[in-house]
Design a protein. Structure first.
Length: 420
């Protein structure tokens, strides 16, 4: 294994990060488990950074894929009409949009989360004729220049080399004390005429993932929506990480009762870990003409095929309920850790299958050490937050209670060793 790791060290760019955090060579994965070339088993509390909500090598999707390839189904066809695209659009409407009384056009903006964010920002600027975008502290929206310009963490900018223009960063709900962020926003918008441009859009995550598992309150989300309506600002919810059931409902904003103008989906929308992104657009804002936003890989039929299969999890509310039920166990296990290890000065936060243990002031380093130790013991879990201070649970939604307990047992053993 050490020899194989050398290939990464010697030949791959030093930008690589996960092969550093998880220093082994994996060759097999199923459900919520992964294995390395030495046959060591790992519980996966990371799930491809949230791209594997339905687990590794999901049987139902795998079966569909194998048959499709055997039958010479079309793998790549840009946005040409295919039976796979047709079926996906029909099923997405039937299973996701209609039951929620949501009328949105579906755009395939390119293969990644970053692509959907780019398309959303461009649409907002096009339909409003305004340039400025309001984003929020600690938000994460992607790595290309548009998405990067609304990403809050400076370290992600990697010396972008060009000015990231026309954006205004505002304090996120959890960044200030209760209601202060709203006061700030309201004052900012009320004074936009005196020199500050009104924004084309506001872009936010309902639970910030990379930013440290910061859940906005439902009240805050509703107030932000109201402000957007008052000033004709496009509300973009980036549900790339928090969507597809991760917080216990298909869209993360459902319990808040808001209706964003544009919704960004990626990561788990493809279902099998295949790259796919969607931009959902209220019909009145569906204004791009042909080729105004294109891309070679916006029509990966295999990803759309598995995405269609993934929708069957949402035909009844059974799956959502199981996610909500299991998330109580995650909360319980995290709260126990916080109580049992006061040395961490930790708190917990999050929603559903997106929860974190936040190591307190002066103890931020613990998170990294805990995750590294847990990895040695067979658990894949990563940190998040501006100081890497959060131990972040992001397991597959299909994990059962036994798997959750197994993972948390390992986590506790790791913490025990780190804090002693
Ligand atoms: N938005 C959010 C909320 C994300 O978490 C991410 C990825 N971590 C992105 C956008 C970017 O997605 P991708 O890495 O697929 O470009």
């Amino acid at each position: 294994s050490q020899k194989v790791m050398e290939v990464f060290e010697n030949r791959e760019s030093q930008v690589r990060s996960y092969s550093r955090s998880f220093p082994t060579v994996f060759n097999k994965a199923k459900g919520y488990k992964m294995w390395d070339t030495e046959g060591k088993e790992y519980i996966d509390f990371f799930a491809g950074a949230g791209a594997l909500n339905y687990g590794h090598n999901n049987d139902r999707m795998k079966e569909k894929l194998i048959k499709y390839i055997q039958d010479d189904g079309i793998s790549h066809s840009l946005d040409m009409g295919t039976t796979v695209r047709k079926e996906f659009l029909e099923r997405f409407n039937e299973v996701i949009l209609q039951p929620r009384n949501m009328d949105y056009k579906v755009m395939f903006p390119g293969p990644t989360g970053t692509n959907t964010v780019e398309s959303a920002l461009k649409i907002a600027r096009k339909v409003t004729g305004r340039q400025n975008i309001v984003s929020f502290t600690n938000g994460f929206h992607g790595m290309t220049l548009g998405a990067l310009s609304v990403t809050g963490n400076a370290y992600n900018r990697g010396g972008a080399g060009v000015p990231l223009n026309n954006t205004t960063s505002m304090p996120f709900d959890t960044f200030l004390e209760e209601d202060q962020s709203l006061t700030f926003l309201k004052k900012y918008l009320a004074n936009a005429s005196s020199g500050l441009d009104l924004p084309a859009a506001m872009i936010l995550e309902t639970v910030q993932g990379e930013g440290g598992i910061n859940p906005a309150s439902f009240k805050w989300l509703r107030e932000v929506e109201r402000l957007c309506r008052n000033y004709d600002i496009i509300l973009i919810v980036d549900d790339v990480q928090a969507g597809c059931g991760r917080t216990g409902t298909f869209f993360s904003f459902e319990p808040a009762g808001i209706k964003p103008d544009i919704i960004c989906l990626s990561k788990s929308i493809g279902g099998y870990g295949l790259p796919l992104a969607l931009t959902l657009i209220k019909p009145e804002y569906d204004t791009f003409g042909p080729a105004e936003h294109n891309g070679t890989f916006r029509g990966n039929n295999m990803a759309i095929l598995t995405a269609t299969e993934a929708l069957s999890y949402w035909e009844t509310d059974e799956f959502a309920k199981s996610v909500q039920e299991k998330s109580k166990l995650i909360t319980k296990r995290m709260e126990t850790i916080v109580e049992d290890y006061p040395q961490l000065k930790a708190t917990t936060r999050g929603r559903g299958f997106m929860q974190g243990i936040v190591c307190g002031e002066g103890k931020e380093d613990y998170a990294d050490k805990i995750c590294a130790k847990a990895f040695e013991k067979g658990l894949i879990i990563e940190t998040s937050g501006p100081e890497g201070e959060v131990v972040k649970f992001l397991g597959s939604l299909i994990i059962d209670e036994k798997g959750i307990d197994q993972g948390f047992d390992i986590l506790e053993e790791a913490i025990e060793e780190i804090v002693k």
